[in-house]
Ligand binder design. Structure first.
Ligand SMILES: C[S@@+](CC[C@H](N)C(=O)[O-])C[C@H]1O[C@@H](n2cnc3c(N)ncnc32)[C@H](O)[C@@H]1O
Length: 294
């Protein structure tokens, strides 16, 4: 295959014999990263608009699946010992879960694989997801890299957990309504005007609140990827997801669960039932993945 090599990048020429098949079906970037370093593979087809990849064709399905499985796999090697969901806010709203939710490994794996340096989370709760991402970032980055997570919540509940973690210095918590002007301002200031790698949205699971989270912070901070929890939780969240699919030209927009069900699976075990807790019913609340760029 005809290729152009740059540091850590392989660019396929779609006009070469082998590249033609790829070029006809995809125009995307995807990671195929050995432990020693990331290799990006990109098709290049001048003058042709990149289509959104939503898993419709056999070829794109394979590539998206590979990317999501790799993220999941990278997460398995991030040590989440001591990370828990914290106080549950369903059922008795008192119990404290001291084990990681399955999707924490996906979040950590994303941060590790893509060497995330700047992440925004909307919806901290106890801080389990924030600390998981922090551990993935530390695992994926060279020593000395400046790493930062900004996490927003209405509550101060994470004060029970985050300050006691060794990653606490890289986690910047801001309290308030994520869709208010003061929080938008504080968040922009916290990132000093720089774009971010990942936006993770897991806050108020209603259509318009989530949509405002998405639009405001995707425009403000231009994340490479947006991950949205619970996109199948309710009619409102399904409606949010259909609105998100209208956004202009993401490279990929898929429900991770369609490719790697374990990310949002029920964890069975005597007491560790990470069942459909929010909204009381859906066994698979979904996990949205929108990639704008690499
Ligand atoms: C499902 S919990 C987050 C769980 C956490 N991301 C995790 O996975 O461990 C949702 C959180 O969003 C917060 N929240 C709800 N509406 C919000 C808003 N408008 N602005 C900021 N936080 C909000 C709630 O207080 C709650 O702590």
């Amino acid at each position: 295959m005809s290729t152009v090599h740059a540091p850590n990048i392989v660019i396929f020429n779609p006009h070469s014999p082998d590249g033609t098949v790829l070029a006809r079906q995809i125009a995307m970037q995807y990671p195929a990263a050995p432990d020693s370093g990331m290799v990006l593979c990109r098709t290049v087809q001048p003058g042709r608009r990149t289509g959104t990849l939503n898993g419709d064709s056999k070829m794109t399905t394979l590539l998206i699946k590979e990317e999501l499985e790799r993220i999941w796999q990278y997460g398995q090697d991030v040590d989440l010992t001591g990370v828990g969901y914290g106080r549950i806010h369903w059922d008795n709203e008192i119990d404290i879960w001291d084990f990681p939710a399955p999707y924490y490994y996906f979040l950590a794996g994303w941060c590790r694989l893509f060497r995330a340096r700047r992440v925004l989370e909307i919806g901290t709760h106890w801080g389990g997801s924030a600390v998981s991402m922090a551990r993935g970032m530390v695992r994926g980055s060279p020593m000395g890299e400046e790493l930062k997570i900004v996490t927003l919540d209405l509550t101060e509940e994470s004060d029970n957990f985050i300050p006691n973690q060794r990653e606490s210095s890289m986690i910047h918590k801001i309290v308030g309504d994520a869709n208010s002007s003061s929080m938008i301002r504080k968040t922009a200031e916290a990132f000093s005007g720089e774009v971010i790698d990942l936006l993770y949205i897991d806050a108020e699971h209603t259509e318009m609140s989530t949509f405002f989270n998405f639009v405001i912070y995707a425009i403000l901070l231009k994340p490479k990827v947006v991950i949205c929890d619970d996109i199948e939780l309710s009619d409102g969240m399904r409606s949010f997801w259909s609105l998100a699919k209208l956004c202009a030209a993401p490279q990929v927009i898929v429900n991770v669960v369609d490719y790697v069900p374990a990310v949002r699976a029920t964890v069975t075990g005597e007491t560790k039932a990470f069942v459909a807790h929010r909204g009381g019913g859906a066994a698979d609340p979904g996990f949205g993945y929108i990639r704008f760029r690499v």
